[in-house]
Design a protein. Sequence first.
Length: 151
Amino acid sequence: MQDPLVVRREMHLPAPPAAVFALLTDPEKILRWMGTEADVEPRPGGLYLVNVTGGRFARGAFREVVPVHRLAYSFGWDDSEAVPPGSSLVEIDLIEQPDGTLLRLTHTGLPTAEQCAGHADGWAHYLGRLAVAAAGRDPGPDPRHGHDGRD
């Protein structure tokens, strides 16, 4: 039985793992598909800080960094009681395929089904934008820009 408080996403990206890894760890490349500001230090204990919509900062720390294969970082929202900074865990595995990369994302530690649903929606939105960026295209302005999504 699948845990109801786990967000899982799996998608194929039309780029090699190294290119996808860069889109997930290089602040300038992150901003191509998500956020208005990014300060990331992709090493164990390093900062993960992204102003996702221009109105809300996601904050945590990297726990595991295996270049071009895996990232794990704590995750939460500044000024959130429901999901405070570092209170949940995002794990991303990148699996090389002949025609690109299979990305597997697991987000655990979210407190309620409502929070899981909201984060599942957010990940679907931003991973869709990541896929466009991985294909070398511009996903365009983020329709969520300016939305703070408070709990």
